[in-house]
Design a protein around this ligand. Structure first.
Ligand SMILES: Nc1ncnc2c1ncn2[C@@H]1O[C@H](COP(=O)(O)OP(=O)(O)O)[C@@H](O)[C@H]1O
Ligand SMILES: Cc1ncc(COP(=O)(O)O)c(C=O)c1O
Length: 509
């Protein structure tokens, strides 16, 4: 399976709705969209005559046959369906999904049963697609879904039950006997809830009901849910994440007085935020024993952890939502300057302590097994020689590089604790971190930001397993992880280049 996703939905050129929104969200999350349009419109039909028209049924079905012949369904991670122009298109989509599931049982099918909006009383008043199209979606597509994303009206239509609040939404959703993510469930008069239920458990998140919200929010939320699901999120984590991210995009669009959703606000390089800070965050630094971590959780004291491997940290039971790590992520093939761009930018911030920013080796040098070989490989790729200190980190660099994939870049971030301390203080630290004065000034800053001295002082580990400054650095990384989770962090550079493996080369502070 590769990271492609097949989208069967509208193509609305001028408005941020339909399959175009799904494709944009997936692209930002580094999936490759394969979009078969059901209609080609110039603008959203709600804004006036949309122009264009439906893709003829035979053309649509023919394109699906072509995709099957091309093996797209075998390579793809998921199929996402949305807006359909006819019942015949729905039937063709159902046959396509059946064939895809037969060939690739792991393929994930998300059905967004787009058919109407309005009073969710279980009747057909409020359908904006033809009734037979809506009925075909209910009869043919819903049974094939791994996740369904109706709004309150659509859930009521699919189940014949009124949906007036989260309790009635839950009852209606249970009758579908499938995981359902219901959007726009009224919660009193001034809030809207998103409810996720899988038959056994359910969870919800809610937002203020806002005026003048652009079209396309349902498409945005469904695509975000698909990305989250493919990245392994489930339950409350998924529900909170998609609701908050959708809210952020809506608010950014309203702030900019845009009639369309401003998808730039998604900024995949940055994490979703402001997220529920109840999700734990982890700061990590390499140490002799492996990795030392400081875990921050809302309402609980900070915790120290030692991990033998990075994978142990990534998979720890607390499942930190954001992990900030003091180790380079992403390597250049040929040098863009002295070190990666992010390292040059951080050096500028750290006048006086710029030597603490190490220049990463080039990717080719990572394979070296001796210092001499590392120097030779780095030079033959066009880079400078490498210090013994830098070669000493190679084992850790390789471990991180092997463990991370591009889809983890919304969870795992490279940071630089010296720059983090400088940001907290407003100036670079006065003393080297290995001196008693340097330790004192760092402990004091950490204590002021909620990581009290008792956790870190006296040094809690044998020095043969973890050095005192490693723990301070991990604590600083944890504070940065919390800034990232709260949407307060900055990425250097803001729009980072990707390395050959698709990893963003950035330092986040
Ligand atoms: N008026 C609004 N105020 C605040 N959030 C909204 C509003 N409209 C939509 N949203 C958010 O977008 C989500 C999806 O929008 P929704 O209108 O339900 O999709 P659809 O386009 O399928 O009808 C909602 O669950 C909610 O989180
Ligand atoms: C062509 C078309 N019309 C209407 C809609 C419904 O959009 P909304 O619920 O945002 O008004 C969609 C959503 O994808 C669409 O693609």
């Amino acid at each position: 399976m590769d990271r492609s996703v097949i989208i069967l939905s509208s193509l609305v050129a001028g408005s941020r709705v339909g399959g175009g929104v799904s494709a944009a969200v997936l692209t930002r999350a580094r999936f490759t969209p394969e979009h078969v349009p059901t209609v080609i419109f110039g603008r959203h039909p709600g804004l006036g005559a949309p122009g264009g028209g439906a893709v003829p049924d035979a053309v649509f079905a023919g394109a699906l046959d072509g995709l099957l012949a091309h093996g797209a369904h075998i390579r793809s991670s998921a199929i996402l369906t949305g807006y359909f122009a006819s019942a015949e298109q729905v039937r063709a989509a159902a046959l396509f999904i059946e064939a895809a599931k037969a060939a690739n049982p792991g393929i994930f099918v998300l059905i967004d049963p787009i058919c109407g909006d309005g009073v969710a009383d279980g009747t057909a008043d409020g359908l904006y697609v033809k009734r037979e199209t809506a009925e075909a979606i209910a009869a043919r597509l819903v049974p094939l879904a791994d996740l369904i994303t109706p709004n309150a009206f659509e859930l009521a239509f699919l189940t014949g039950r009124p949906v007036t609040d989260t309790a009635s939404a839950r009852t209606a959703a249970h009758t579908l006997a499938k995981p359902v993510l219901v959007t726009s469930v009224p919660e009193g008069t001034d809030r809207l809830a998103v409810l996720l239920t899988d038959g056994q458990t359910s969870c919800s998140a809610s937002v203020d009901r806002l005026e003048g919200v652009p079209h396309g929010t349902g498409d945005l939320l469904a695509a975000l849910a698909l990305v989250a699901r493919l990245d392994g999120d489930t339950g409350n984590e998924l529900c909170q994440h998609v609701t908050r991210t959708c809210e952020r995009v809506i608010r950014a669009s309203l702030d900019a007085r845009s009639h369309d959703l401003l998808l730039g606000a998604l900024e995949h390089a940055k994490p979703a935020g402001p997220v529920q800070s109840s999700r734990p965050v982890l700061g990590l630094d390499g140490c002799k024993a492996g990795w030392v971590g400081v875990l921050l959780r809302e309402g609980a004291p900070p915790e120290l952890h030692l991990f033998a491997t990075l994978t142990d940290a990534l998979e720890m039971a607390e499942r930190p939502a954001i992990i900030a790590i003091d180790i380079p992520i992403g390597f250049e093939g040929t040098p863009s300057g002295p070190g990666r761009e992010c390292e040059r930018l951080v050096r500028k911030l750290l006048k006086g302590r710029a030597s603490s920013v190490f220049s990463s080796p080039l990717r080719a040098a990572l394979a070296a097994t001796s210092h001499a070989e590392a120097i030779a490989l780095n030079r033959s790729a066009g880079g400078p020689g490498l210090s013994a200190q830098s070669f000493a980190l190679f084992k850790k660099l390789r471990e991180v590089d092997a463990a991370l994939t591009p889809d983890m870049s919304a969870r795992v971030f490279e940071t630089h604790p010296e720059a983090g301390f400088a940001l907290l203080k407003g100036a670079p630290m006065a003393h080297n971190k290995k001196t008693p004065e340097g330790r004192e000034e760092r402990l004091a800053l950490l204590a002021r930001h909620g990581i009290g001295p008792h956790l870190l002082d006296p040094h809690p580990f044998p020095k043969t397993r973890c050095a005192p400054d490693d723990v301070l650095d991990a604590a600083m990384c944890a504070l940065t992880a919390r800034r990232i989770a709260n949407g307060e962090a900055m990425s250097l550079p803001p729009d980072p280049p990707l390395d050959a493996c698709g990893l963003p080369m950035r330092i986040v502070l």
